[in-house]
Design a protein. Structure first.
Length: 238
């Protein structure tokens, strides 16, 4: 089955969070700069945005590189983000903003105001639920994910939320998909994962015996991916 190919039959849909359901608002760089200013650090949002993207490209692929089970926890996630924030400021030509600034940045991103749902999310979730499908969120995230989902109105639109730091394993490890499948109460072969990472969401889910579709919101998107979530219901025949 190709990522966006023939019709898919399933009983449950698992959705990634960041990049799939919502995105930072107005941008990571803008939030970092605003919080930094509150701590006496002057920074240009665009420079921090570029710094974040550079730090992410270098750090994200190595996040679980030495651990095939992708073991994690809230403490590990927070430590990872502490180093990522320092690297972001370094790439922007700025010194480490310090622990107090980091704590404020970390807490700010627990607020729904720093995130925006993609416009296709609410109608597609409604469609999936009306079709009788179980819907869950499965994300490489810490426990802040629940506050974000509640604040964005997602918690009431899905059946469950699985955050990697809370279950101890991140995608693409099999364990987090096994946990999500148990939450859904459906066989893995009847459970569909949809997300924006070919490695974490698609390859990881398929290795765990689930179905998977790649979502690519970039413009132009890959011809092998869903360009947005509105294309999902027709593939499911609903």
């Amino acid at each position: 089955m190709s990522s966006a190919g023939p019709p898919v039959s399933c009983d449950a849909v698992l959705l990634d969070a960041t990049g799939t359901l919502f995105r930072p608002w107005p941008s990571v760089g803008a939030v970092y700069a605003a919080v930094a200013a509150e701590h006496g650090v002057t920074a240009v949002p665009e420079a921090l945005e570029a710094g974040f993207r550079a730090a992410w490209r270098r750090r994200a692929p190595r996040r679980f590189a030495d651990d095939p089970e992708c073991r994690t926890s809230d403490a590990q996630e927070k430590a990872w983000w502490r180093a990522a924030v320092a690297a972001t400021f370094e790439h922007a030509g700025l010194p480490d903003p310090g622990d107090a600034c980091f704590e404020a940045i970390f807490e700010r991103f627990a607020e729904a105001a720093c995130w925006r749902l993609f416009p296709d999310v609410e109608p597609v979730l409604a469609c999936l639920r009306q079709a009788g499908l179980c819907v869950g969120v499965v994300s490489n995230f810490d426990s802040r994910l629940h506050r974000i989902c509640a604040g964005l109105g997602l918690a009431q639109r899905v059946d469950f939320v699985v955050a990697s730091a809370e279950v101890g394993h991140g995608k693409p490890a099999r364990q987090i998909f096994d946990i999500a499948v148990r939450e859904a109460g459906t066989p893995a072969a009847r459970t569909l994962m949809v997300g924006d990472s070919p490695r974490d969401d698609v390859a990881g889910a398929r290795a765990a015996g689930c179905l998977a579709l790649w979502l690519d919101r970039s413009r132009p998107p890959s011809p092998h991916a869903l360009p947005d979530l509105s294309r999902l219901p027709p593939l499911l025949g609903i």
